[in-house]
Ligand binder design. Structure first.
Ligand SMILES: Cc1cc2nc3c(=O)[nH]c(=O)nc-3n(C[C@H](O)[C@H](O)[C@H](O)COP(=O)(O)O)c2cc1C
Length: 443
């Protein structure tokens, strides 16, 4: 199990899952363009960033279930849901230590232009940090939160960050009411357990770093900062220490989000940086917006949640937030139904577990739900729209869905009703001679 980003890279490299780019490449579109081509299959390690020779950059390191499970030390990727759910049930407080970083830039030395923050898409507002995990503490309860927030520099030492109305937002509001700013640290380039735990939504007073530590069997340590009272994972490659200014908002966006389309421009909170701390030859972690790493990190904890709730109402085989549904807005589940209407209950449970989902398709357990063609074959052959498409006309949806208010949902029951033999695919028998011929052709 990897205890740091560097260990994660080593583990994947031994499995042939890392591609190293030795050529000098620019952080302006060139690195993102190579990421887009490669990160769905490999972690991409850029060794030579034009103008930033002292840095390296990694992308796609946690880019699919296999890469994530391998770096978490799991034998089978299907163990991820159980590992995450167990860690959520059994959080462990990380141990505290005081760790020195090799590079420490404080106050006037802070200059965000010294970090190779990529500019991704053509019409993006500018460069932005996509793998920044914000660690903050509630001023009332002392509860800690860790969550991802994209952030873009608006000066040498200030960034504007997108904060959806969840736990960090609540912490900011509370500090604002008390007339205070909110101390925070942004960590970039962490171990896989912290990377996945920070993408998990827990009840407000539960701590994602305790979940990460549980996943890491108690091996996560946090260090105190130079300029903040918030402790953060000591394995981080790069840390921005500072405070969220609670009485001023700045324009944020437009930036491409998980849907692959541009998100709207909003007024959002500002983070003021008082110190930058880095390891020697720091590795900047960049997640390609709408790429497979973005979908894996955001989608997997939601799948684990859906799994937990849906298995209360039916016999659930598999769940998938589809890649073709932006890894976020469409969910397919395969079940072994016991009652004719159970698929609809399963769909409602999935929507409760993951309110951003817009469409839920429920299929039988003979369908491979990771294959788009197979799923839509089941929809078209096994469902009758007037009866099997259930529309929920109004419910909470995703802030990333710009198709109009009120948000609505659809559940499609694409399971077999009636005589099974009428709904099963015909099979051509394949003997060993045919298999041998096909093998030869493949070679
Ligand atoms: C790569 C990635 C980028 C994300 N970007 C943002 C973001 O910009 N703003 C935001 O509010 N949430 C973002 N999220 C989602 C939250 O970090 C995530 O849902 C988290 O669980 C919310 O935590 P909370 O419920 O404890 O606040 C992102 C998640 C991932 C994995």
């Amino acid at each position: 199990m990897a205890k740091s980003l560097r260990e994660a890279i080593e583990i994947l490299e031994r499995k042939g899952l890392v591609i190293r780019i030795h050529d000098s490449v620019s952080k302006m579109h060139e690195i993102p363009s190579l990421m887009q081509e490669l990160e769905s299959r490999f972690a991409v390690f850029f060794e030579n960033i034009e103008g930033y020779e002292e840095f390296r950059l990694i992308s796609g390191i946690y880019g699919d279930r296999r890469r994530l499970s391998v770096t978490l030390g799991l034998k089978d990727e299907r163990e991820i849901y159980d590992a995450l759910n167990n860690a959520i049930k059994n959080p462990i407080s990380p141990k505290k230590e005081s760790v020195d970083f090799d590079i420490n830039l404080v106050n006037e030395e802070v200059d965000l232009r010294k970090i190779p923050i990529p500019t991704f898409y053509e019409k993006d507002k500018g460069p932005y940090i996509t793998a920044g995990i914000v660690i903050a503490k509630d001023i009332d309860s002392g509860a800690r939160n860790a969550s991802y927030h994209r952030m873009t520099p608006i000066s040498k030492n200030r960034l504007v960050m997108r904060v959806v109305e969840r736990d960090l937002w609540a912490f900011i509001m509370r500090a604002r009411e008390a007339g205070k700013n909110l101390d925070a640290a942004v960590v970039i380039g962490v171990d896989p357990a912290t990377a996945i735990a920070a993408a998990t939504t827990l009840p407000i007073y539960e701590d994602e770093l305790e979940v990460a530590n549980s996943l890491l069997s108690g091996e996560l340590s946090v260090t105190n900062g130079l300029k903040t009272n918030v402790e953060y994972p000591s394995n981080a490659e790069i840390v921005l220490e500072g405070e969220i200014i609670t009485d001023a908002l700045e324009e944020e966006g437009p930036f491409v989000d998980i849907t692959g389309t541009y998100d709207t421009i909003r007024k959002q909170p500002v983070f003021k940086v008082h110190a930058i701390r880095m390891k020697n030859k720091p590795i900047f972690h960049a997640i390609l917006p709408a790429g497979s790493e973005h979908k894996t990190l955001m989608g997997l904890p939601r799948e684990a949640k859906i799994f937990n709730l849906v298995k209360e109402v039916t016999v659930l085989k598999d769940v998938y937030l589809t890649d073709w549904g932006c890894g976020w807005l469409e969910c397919v589940m395969s079940i072994k139904k016991r009652h004719k209407d159970e698929p609809i209950n399963a769909g409602m449970a999935a929507i409760t577990a993951h309110p951003s989902v817009k469409k839920v398709i429920v299929v039988d357990d003979d369908i491979n739900i990771r294959d788009c063609k197979e799923v839509y074959w089941a929809v078209i052959t096994r469902s009758n729209p007037a009866k099997d498409y259930v529309i929920i006309p109004r419910a909470k949806g995703s802030t990333l869905d710009h198709s109009g208010e009120p948000r609505s949902k659809i559940i499609i029951d694409a399971t077999i009703k009636g005589e099974r033999s009428l709904f099963e695919k015909g099979v051509i028998p394949r003997n060993s001679r045919v298999k041998e011929i096909l093998k030869k052709l493949k070679r």
